[in-house]
Design a protein around this ligand. Sequence first.
Ligand SMILES: [Zn+2]
Length: 336
Amino acid sequence: MITKKYTDSGPGLLKIPVSFETKQMKVLVVSGFLGAGKTTFIKTMAQCSGQDFCILENEYGEVDVDTALLKEETENINVWEMTEGCICCSMKQSFASSLLTISGALDPEYLIVEATGVGLLSNILANISQIEYDRIVLLRPVTIVDAGTYFYYQNKFDTTFQDQIQAAGTILLSKGEHMSVRELEEIRRDLRRMNPAADIVTEPYSEKPFRWWKDLLSAGMDGRKISAPGKESSAGWENIGLRNVRLSSPEELLYLLWEAISGNLGAVVRGKGILPCGKEWLRFDITDSRFSITGTEPSKESSVVFIGMQLKKNQIRRSFQFRISSEQDCDQSDRK
Ligand SMILES: [Zn+2]
């Protein structure tokens, strides 16, 4: 018998979802010129909000040393990169399919898109809204503006710079700590002139309270509130479902399942999956603190699901190899 839903009324009544009920992935685009501090902002947001993030970086046209830092310093974050072109113009198609694959394969609550500094924010938003449907929802975008170079960029890169400001829902001024109130007010007035509707923050965002981050992560494009971040059910049950995953050997699966029942991936109470582990396809089940592994026929799609409390979602994601590319469904070579 196949059960599609699980209840949150306690471990005894928990049913494993066989087909996924994909959660809505909320997409926050963070834009800003190179050096404005996009990476620092994303890092701060991850720390201050404590939410489940994956990050997609588009680093076209800039050499960003921050990426390596972000990966190293924020252990609980998954970072994916698109470096071959600009997601506002040349990579529309692969950008769209990447969003869909990430939503399906990694199942994050939030995907933060760190836009290239040279990209037009309005184009990026337009590209996402073309694929926006019940699985993906756009949040009000954030633009980071370096206070120190504001008037210089305003004159020098007028089109891109102004587009990033005009299309923003929230504008955050960075590096304004050492500027006078008068200087900051002058920038604020100029920002207001270009974008009368945006929330403009000139004080350091790192001092903002939890409530502010929560609002930032729940404001839709039209200002309407999208379901607030937080626990997924009142009882605290969570689940994560991943697709297109693989492991390099059966031993790796064995190790992973030991980790799961030892509590190293959070309090996993149920788990289920079918995936290739090296040359063979295996099926596993976790029930309370036991697991079983059996061999199985190759399947069209690999998938795993974990249910429990305080799941270490990014650690779980990192335990698997993914195929995040538009070609993933064409590659049949290793499925025999
Ligand atoms: Zn572009």
